[in-house]
Every structure is written in C-alpha cells, then in structure tokens.
Design a binder for this molecule. Sequence first.
Ligand code: ATR
Length: 264
Amino acid sequence: MKKYLVIGNPIEQSLSPKIHNFWIKQNKIKAIYEKKKIDKADIPSLILDIKKENLQGMNVTVPFKKLVIPYLDEMTECAEKTQSVNTVYKKQNKIIGDNTDIEGFERSLKDTNHDIKNKKIFILGAGGVVSSIILALKNLGAAEIILSNRTREKAENIKKIYSNLKILDWGEIPIFDIIVNATSLGLKKEDKIELNLTNSGQDKLFYDVIYNPDMTNFLMEGKKLGNKVKNGKMMFIYQAQLAFNIWHNILPKIDNETIDLFNS
Ligand code: ATR
C-alpha cells in the first residue's frame, strides 16, 4: 500500500485527503492519503521516510512551503523560482520538491475568462502562497503587480524574488483590474478586511484564495460593489490534480462529482 501525506500546522481543515482519496479510489490505486499536523522538527524524519519509501509523497502546506526546502535534494524550476514547495516525492533516489500552486492558480484564473495581459493586479498578503500567485500572473502577462501586507517587511522580502513588484502600505488602495485576497482573513466567517474598496470602481475581478467558507466577506463586498468574484476552490482542485499526476502518472478527472466533494 502506497502512502501519501499532507503536512501543515494547523491541518484539521485540509480537504486534500478527501480529494486525493476520492481519485485514488476512482483510479483503483492501492494507496492511502492522510493529513498530519507537524512541527518543523518533524521534517527530517518525514524526508527520511520518503527516502526509505515508507512514504511515497507529501503535500506541504502552511507554514512549511519554504521551510521544507533545505531538506530536499532538488527542486523543479518553478519551485526554485518561487522558493515554495507544495509537492514532494522521490525520483532516481533524489528527494524532489515541486510547486503545483502556480499552475493551479493560473488554470483557475483562465477559467474566469479574464484576460490578464496588461492588467494591474493588487495582491493582499505576503504569506507562503503569494510568490506562486505572482509567478502565475507574470506567466499570464500581467502589466503590474502591486502587493500590500500588514507587515510591510514580509512584502519587501517577496520583492527580493520579484524586483519589479510595487509595495504599498497596508490601507493604501491603488487602481487595479483584479484584486486577490491572499491573507488568512476570511477563514473565519466573521473576518473582515478593513480596507475601503468602495471607490475602486466596478466590473473588476475579486479573487479570494480561501475556498472555505466559499463566500468570504471580501467576496461578498466585491459582489455588492458590482464586481465579478471567484474563490480558491478551483485553484485548490487544480493543484491537487497536478500533484496527483506527478505521483501516480494519471491526470484525474475534474467533474461535477469532484467539485461536489466540497459541498458536503
Ligand atoms: P504564513 O505567513 O505563515 O505563510 P499565511 O496564512 O500564508 O501564513 O499568511 C497569512 C497572511 O495573512 C499574512 O500576509 C498576514 O499578514 P502579516 O504578514 O502581517 O501577518 C495576513 N493576515 C493575517 N491576519 C491579518 C489581519 N488581521 N490583518 C491583515 N492581514 C492579516
């Protein structure tokens, strides 16, 4: 029996086991996918488990996407670029780190049919997933990417990777075509982002990386102001699909049944 894990802290809320086990069953693979809450100190022994093939792969989530890097033998080009890893596996006796968040975000954005080329994108937050979002937006031809984070220093750190990023103080609102909430504000139903977006115009895209709850206050406000909205559900499903493909060499189906997994 092959074994896979998602590691993070907290991890209770993760829906990765649900979707991976659904596809494992659908494709009649002999495997199990579990979630594990870990501390940083647990990473070396988990990597050793992959080396010894007690474990065939791991997804990595908050706050370990960067912290896992020193324990890897190699990284794919996009993981290297973003300094962020969400998928780990062994290949030719080497422990490899990959990043499927980038393409996950890219595909979910393509689904909205919003042309990103030459657009101005405003990102809120500077957590682990932001460097992936930025690379995806660059791949799609965004003209300008503006970042604002409560702790400005963390935004400045991301600018070390992407030098032409524009950083604004928390509370400053630029002109934008698309706004992305990549903060954790919204995970709790009552969370509100205290930013005044009422003068930002209409017909923009409000994108929230959060998918549970499926309508955050951020998206509700966006909608009320006359904008299109999109949550992080498809980004999550696509990143899982791409990780599944890396491990099992099968691109699993995304259909209504897959999407329905998130409604129950
Ligand atoms: P990590 O930073 O460990 O990767 P994350 O959940 O990916 O964790 O990121 C949390 C993001 O939400 C951060 O950008 C955080 O801002 P700080 O860097 O200032 O902590 C942001 N965030 C969380 N609570 C917030 C709040 N009350 N107001 C504004 N931003 C908040």
